[in-house]
Design a protein around this ligand. Structure first.
Ligand code: C2E
Ligand code: CA
Ligand code: CA
Ligand code: CA
Length: 279
């Protein structure tokens, strides 16, 4: 038994080593990727239910890896977060997003608003709000055109800190959104302390509507609660007509999801915006 135990231990460490190795490889490649300009932003439209128009875009980062092709953020954001590279990447994201907002405007396809994701480490980054504000004003974009998204669980990790940072961001004029709402166990009582504009209902609840009675009840309750607090609501992950119809019956402002569009590279976004304008 002892022998077997040792073998297990052996395999276990090999596993860990392989994992650490992969992690280190990725870490090296990531810092090079910033220098080599291998990141891209894709944009997913947010549609107003009242007008049917695009009222905002969410910027979602992609890595065009020289050998592995397109990598989604789930593959590299956690490593970037561990190593601190996320801070540099985050600055790049804001610059790129502002530049593309300007390009869209020049092309005659202006969008009112851009949503940008912040991970927990960025959230705790000293002076993040001031750094972003400087980048945005250099680009000639108003802070009120930028909505910073933080997940509910990030906020709940340190509520006092979150209230403080949100206060700074609000003073600089940014809009603030709670992402993946419904998954982070916040209470109404806590939410009312935050200067937020938008709740984004997590797509795990949208998936089941309207057939799943629990999901339907939860989505209904979130929308009603948001209204009571004077917040806007975005439903994430809308993939089908019946989901959209259910949301139209509620007082939900906007929707985002594959039903309308997947996240698009800049050129395809322009085509999408052109097509949706001529409707
Ligand atoms: P998120 O902020 O919740 O972004 C929404 C994710 O859902 C995106 O995945 C999007 O492609 C996907 N999605 C959109 N509509 C649908 C739909 O109808 N059905 C389904 N099944 N999925 C849909 P993506 O692009 O892989 O991003 C994953 C996560 O990575 C994001 O989740 C966000 O937390 C993070 N992320 C993305 N870009 C950035 C960034 O620039 N900075 C930071 N810190 N995090 C980012
Ligand atoms: Ca988001
Ligand atoms: Ca989300
Ligand atoms: Ca999510």
């Amino acid at each position: 038994a002892k022998q077997r135990g040792r073998n297990h231990y052996h395999f276990y460490t090999q596993d860990i080593n392989a994992q650490t190795y992969r992690h280190l490889m990725l870490e090296n490649e990531l810092s090079r990727a910033l220098d080599r300009d291998e990141f891209q932003l894709h944009y997913q439209p947010q549609i107003s239910l009242a007008t049917g128009k695009v009222e905002g875009l969410e910027a979602l980062v992609r890595w065009e890896h020289p050998e592995k092709g397109y990598l989604n953020p789930g593959h590299f954001i956690p490593v970037a977060e561990d190593t601190g590279l996320i801070e540099q990447l985050g600055l790049w994201v804001v610059r790129r997003a502002c530049a593309d907002m300007n390009r869209l405007e020049t092309t005659g396809l202006p969008v009112p608003r851009m949503a940008i994701n912040l991970s927990p480490r960025q959230f705790r980054q000293a002076d993040l709000a001031a750094q972003y504000a400087a980048i945005i004003s250099d680009a000639g974009i108003q802070a009120s055109q930028i909505e910073l998204e933080l997940t509910e669980s990030t906020i709940m990790q340190d509520i006092d800190k979150a209230v403080e940072i949100f206060g700074d961001m609000q003073q600089l004029g940014f809009r603030l959104a709670v992402d993946d709402f419904g998954t982070g166990y916040s209470s109404l009582n806590q939410l009312k302390h935050f200067p937020i504009h938008t709740l984004k209902i997590d797509r795990s609840f949208i998936r089941g509507i309207p057939q799943d009675r629990d999901d339907a009840a939860i989505v209904k309750a979130i929308v009603a609660m948001a209204k009571g607090l004077g917040l806007e609501v975005v439903a994430e992950g809308v993939e089908a007509r019946h989901q959209l119809d259910f949301l139209k019956g509620l007082d939900c402002e906007s929707v985002q999801g594959f039903y309308f569009s997947r996240p698009l590279p800049y050129d395809e976004l322009c085509e999408y915006l052109q097509a949706s304008e001529s409707v």
